[in-house]
Design a protein around this ligand. Structure first.
Ligand code: SF4
Ligand code: SF4
Length: 247
């Protein structure tokens, strides 16, 4: 008992102070991209050609963050002269087309739904469904339950049954095999309910885009309220999306 108390005293308070303060992210983290539209056309073309996700539009020079897997190839090829990734992790959006950007994003708070804030602002119970994900998106959601993020202090919890939940958090590309299970889970959640899409796979098919085995965007089968891009999204991106949209 004494040892436990001593350890607790020595370790102190471990929970981050977000959203009051933004924790520092790893230097190599790739967050919101910034596009230089006046970059050398040859460099732009090389980036467009090399992008494994077809996420860069050569005409508008915008990046689709819903398709992007944040691999950094475009930044590397252009040496930051066309695309540069910032450490900004606050990149969730309320509309899918907001993800197609030169780097500017509309305020998520202004696009959140007020009735959701009224209903779920103090208590939000979520059921997570991994619909064919690689487990990285899932792991970075799980980590929100650890003392550093302590999601429960905001009244947000992941629960075991869809019947006890207010919404669904989907990861993975919604493979054919998971489609029925996902739709049944959605149906089991009582109204009103929210749908949150997490990760490039769920937003667009991700690295599996083009495969007949996956769905190219959760929004083609369910009404998505919150889009959280990344491969996987940083836990702070998930936290920012949840807090800004529902609090
Ligand atoms: S970081 Fe995104 S936009 Fe750039 S090459 Fe990779 S997938 Fe394409
Ligand atoms: S978006 Fe990336 S990290 Fe998430 S499940 Fe798909 S491949 Fe894995």
């Amino acid at each position: 008992m004494f040892t436990t108390l001593k350890n607790r005293y020595e370790q102190g308070y471990k929970t981050c102070n977000y959203p009051q303060e933004k924790p520092a992210v790893f230097a190599r983290y790739r967050g919101r991209p910034i596009v230089q539209t006046d970059a050398d056309p040859d460099i732009i073309k090389a980036c467009v050609t090399a992008c494994p996700q077809n996420a860069i539009d050569i005409h508008t020079k915008k990046i689709d963050m819903g398709r992007c897997v944040f691999c950094g190839t475009c930044e590397q090829i252009s040496q930051g002269k066309f695309v540069r990734f910032t450490g900004d992790f606050e990149i969730a959006t309320a509309q899918k087309d907001h993800l197609i950007t030169h780097g500017d994003l509309p305020s998520l708070a202004e696009h959140s739904k007020q009735h959701f804030k009224r209903l779920f602002g103090r208590s939000l119970q979520l059921r997570q469904v991994s619909a064919g994900g690689c487990n990285a998106c899932e792991a970075d959601l799980n980590v929100l339950a650890t003392p550093f993020f302590d999601l429960a202090r905001f009244g947000i919890n992941f629960v075991a049954s869809p019947r006890h939940s207010d919404g669904i958090v989907v990861t993975g590309p919604v493979s054919k095999n998971m489609r029925t299970a996902l739709l049944k889970t959605y149906e089991a959640i009582p109204e009103p309910k929210v749908v949150i899409a997490v990760g490039s796979c769920t937003l667009s098919g991700g690295p599996f885009v083009g495969s007949p085995e996956v769905t190219e965007g959760l929004d083609t089968i369910l009404p998505v309220d919150l889009f959280i891009p990344g491969c996987p999204p940083h836990p702070l991106t998930n936290l920012h999306g949840l807090l800004t949209f529902f609090k």
